[in-house]
Design a protein around this ligand. Structure first.
Ligand code: TTP
Ligand code: MG
Length: 354
């Protein structure tokens, strides 16, 4: 059974604008659409109360809400905030699949922090994004992607909704077909015309009937109507490096203590590499030391070709030896990491994707 979190920022572009200009916080705002033929890309929840929506012509939005404040788009700023938000997700797991600037799926099935509780992880992420970035996000937790996405929308804005494996069946049975991914107004209309309103109705209609009506999509509907969705979380970003670091509750007294910690630190690195499922060839090893006065030093070396795919503690010790020149200087933090050999094919794909 997988644990999937879907996160979607609340009125994303508008939230960034409100964060950066307090005068916009208490008024209805729409982003984009200020020029004659421009459309609203998004609007805050105050504006939504007037019926303003994404993709609405600016003129119509102003008619619905005369005091609407129109804010021009600032894509570079939204991209930067998006990057920061995604970075918070990646502190939890590398299995992050961004769907757009403001939403992503996370597969946290293997994450052991937070006692393995995806609910606690989602709560943590929501809090971190609010405290560190200053916008709210809504999160959904479920055993698969399609349910997690429905869940994140359930208590929007600033909400969290969890569908546990035990709840899936009851939840799906009464779920309106419009909520299913891929079911737009046309498909929904066709289903409703046949008296099919909920996933429970789809189940009763039967697999053969759904396939007869909708072909391959019918089969997908049939599976979703049972709460099933096997699509994996696909990681499109190519990691250039992986590292782990540890801050000690009490400073290590010096180099020798660092050497002793190395084995368990490299074990952590192995786990992280395995979790990424990355078997790309390693190019470099690096090491990081932060002393008690917070000065931070790093050293990196090309890795000598050897028999092991995974780096071993013995390979990091010479770097430690070289980096730590004062044997008895207290160490606050120690980190180890690897850099992958540049691999041109996936990077090209990433550019296309972007
Ligand atoms: P959404 O997540 O669809 O919308 P939202 O974040 O503004 O509002 P919420 O999630 O709270 O319902 O889209 C994310 C951003 O993408 C949105 O802030 C603006 C942009 N966008 C467009 O440019 N065109 C569109 O048609 C939509 C829907 C969104
Ligand atoms: Mg959003």
């Amino acid at each position: 059974m997988r644990k999937i979190i879907h996160i979607d920022c609340d009125c994303f572009y508008a939230a960034v604008e409100m964060r950066d200009d307090p005068s916009l916080r208490e008024v209805p705002i729409a982003v984009g659409g200020q020029s004659g033929r421009g459309v609203v890309t998004t609007c805050n929840y105050r504006a939504r109360a007037f019926g303003v929506r994404s993709a609405m012509p600016g003129g119509e939005a102003r008619r619905l809400c005369p005091e609407l404040v129109m804010v021009p788009l600032d894509m570079p700023r939204y991209r930067e905030v998006s990057r920061q938000v995604m970075a918070i997700f990646r502190e939890l797991t590398d299995l992050v699949e961004p769907l757009s600037l403001d939403e992503a799926f996370l597969d946290v099935s293997e994450v052991e922090t937070f006692q393995g509780s995806a609910t606690l992880m989602a709560r943590h992420i929501r809090q971190q994004v609010w405290e560190r970035i200053g916008i709210t996000v809504s999160a959904g937790v479920a055993p698969n992607k399609f349910l997690a996405k429905i869940a994140s929308d359930w208590n929007k804005p600033d909400g969290l909704f969890v569908i546990t494996p035990e709840q899936v069946d009851d939840f799906v049975k009464v779920l309106p077909v419009e909520k299913l991914s891929g079911v737009g107004p046309v498909t929904a209309g066709k289903l409703n015309d046949r008296g099919l309103q909920t996933c429970g109705d789809l189940r009763e209609a039967g697999e053969a009937e759904l396939v007869r009506l909708f072909g391959k999509q019918g089969l997908r509907l049939w599976h979703m109507a049972h709460g099933r969705d096997d699509r994996p979380v696909v990681v499109t970003r190519v990691a250039k490096s992986v590292s782990v670091e540890r801050t000690f509750s009490r400073d290590l007294p010096g180099k020798e203590a660092c050497q002793q910690v190395m084995t368990s630190l490299v074990d952590d690195l192995h786990r992280r590499l395995e979790r990424k499922g990355s078997h790309k060839p390693l190019h470099k090893l690096f090491i990081k030391v932060r002393y008690s006065d917070f000065s931070t030093h790093t050293l990196e070396r090309v890795r000598e070709p050897g028999p092991d795919a995974m780096p071993v503690a013995g390979e990091f010790l010479p770097l430690l030896d070289e980096l730590v020149t004062d044997e008895h200087r207290p160490v606050r933090l120690l980190g180890v990491g690897v850099r992958f050999r540049e691999d041109s094919a996936p990077i090209t794909q990433l550019r296309l994707f972007e």
